[in-house]
Design a protein around this ligand. Structure first.
Ligand code: AMP
Ligand code: ZN
Length: 115
């Protein structure tokens, strides 16, 4: 999608710190990290948000969670734990309209995830 910043990152038109890449998925460091580890895991397909998922996306979403586990291990946060967040829509605080999974860890996170 032309104006989508994450599509541009996927096509390497905008630089990013790439953590993982395969045919369908890319992961890169968040530009404004809120924790020592803050990585965005995205499908290469432009899916605008969680509510736009279709049956054909089932496999990719499952794979994203496996990739998250793999990255957590490489980033040494698997043992101590981490958080995965998907913001959806206006009330959910979604700023970038390309589905992405925040992988956050490397410190003890607060217990309140809603504010
Ligand atoms: P959300 O609020 O869930 O839509 O999160 C969007 C995230 O994308 C934010 O945490 C931003 O810091 C991050 N972000 C925006 N632009 C870039 C970029 N060029 N490279 C890496 N992360 C970005
Ligand atoms: Zn996109």
């Amino acid at each position: 999608m032309e104006d989508c910043i994450f599509c541009k990152i996927i096509k390497n038109e905008i630089p990013s710190q790439i953590i993982y890449e395969d045919e369908n998925i890319k992961a890169f460091r968040d530009i404004h990290p809120i924790a020592p580890v803050h990585i965005l895991v995205v499908p290469k397909k432009h899916i605008p948000s969680l509510i736009e998922l279709t049956n054909e996306d089932k496999e990719i979403i499952g794979k994203i969670y496996l990739v998250i586990n793999e990255i957590a291990e490489k980033e040494n946060i698997k043992e101590k734990g981490f958080r995965v967040i998907v913001n959806c829509g206006e009330d959910g605080g979604q700023e970038v309209k390309h589905l992405h999974f925040h992988l956050i860890g490397g410190k003890k996170l607060g217990t309140k995830i809603v504010s």
